[in-house]
Design a protein around this ligand. Structure first.
Ligand SMILES: [Zn+2]
Length: 253
């Protein structure tokens, strides 16, 4: 579920010079790097664990430390490179500078719990009602997801909330693996969104697997087990017309 910021065809990452550490290790919070470039678009590092946003998950915040200076990172921009956006007015390191990167842990951990909670919600609604997702987004501990759901069954809200929390209590492992495109699309129902958003030029697909409940092509960051999500509360269901329902959830401890 990834689109370029300007709504055009998804930006491919193939030519990004930054090695994305968070795709392999979602628990990483600090690392060393070198600045490759800096300019109006932002700062380009050779390696980074900042999640740049996508799939409804907003970008990470954090800092770069260099020569006794701290540069706050408040977002990311995807273009021909992966640009980290410094806070307005902060000093920025020149190209070639060695830096230490650190992610704002509370925010990232909250987003990982929330994102995994959305996958549980998506898995439960698809399994129990056969509905596909048409959109979603999140902030730390609150999120919304839209479903193609013409009829709202009686007791839907309570049933979904209870089913989601049963999956959390079950403590299902959440595994991430990368598959060749054809192998990935051979997995039934791997695309849970109403429209397939994986760009045709993407040769390898990252799969997020809530073992026994839900498998999806996904680029976001997740906790290692549903048990780490917390509790899911369905706070509201909105009728978005044309048979679409918006579920608003919050994640609590
Ligand atoms: Zn996702």
């Amino acid at each position: 579920m990834d689109r370029g910021d300007d709504g055009r065809r998804p930006v491919t990452e193939d030519n990004w010079r930054t090695q994305r550490l968070e795709l392999d290790d979602q628990t990483l919070r600090e690392w060393d790097a070198t600045v490759l470039a800096v300019g109006e678009d932002g700062i380009v590092l050779d390696r980074s664990a900042f999640y740049p946003g996508g799939g409804g998950q907003p970008p990470d915040h954090g800092v770069l430390l260099w020569g006794g200076v701290q540069t706050a990172i408040v977002g990311a921009r995807k273009g021909d490179d992966l640009y980290l956006i410094p806070a307005e007015g902060d000093l920025v390191p020149a190209a070639g500078t060695a830096v230490s990167g650190a992610i704002a842990d509370d925010r990232r951990t909250a987003l990982m719990r929330t994102h995994s909670g959305l996958h549980v919600l998506c898995g439960v609604v698809f399994r129990d009602y056969g509905s596909l997702v048409t959109g979603g987004n999140m902030e730390p501990f609150s999120a919304r997801m839209d479903f193609d759901l013409p009829e709202l069954p009686d007791g839907f809200r309570t049933a979904v909330e209870e089913a989601c929390n049963a999956e959390i209590v079950a403590g299902r492992p959440i595994a991430v693996r990368v598959l060749p495109r054809d192998d990935a699309f051979a997995i039934p129902d791997i695309i849970r969104t109403a429209t397939n958003l994986v760009p045709p030029e993407v040769k390898e697909v990252r799969i997020v697997d809530i073992v026994g409940l839900d498998q999806q092509a996904d680029g976001g960051t997740h906790v290692a087990s549903t048990a780490a999500i917390g509790r899911i509360e369905v706070v509201k269901i909105e009728n978005k017309g044309k048979g679409f329902r918006r579920l608003r959830i919050k994640i609590t401890d």
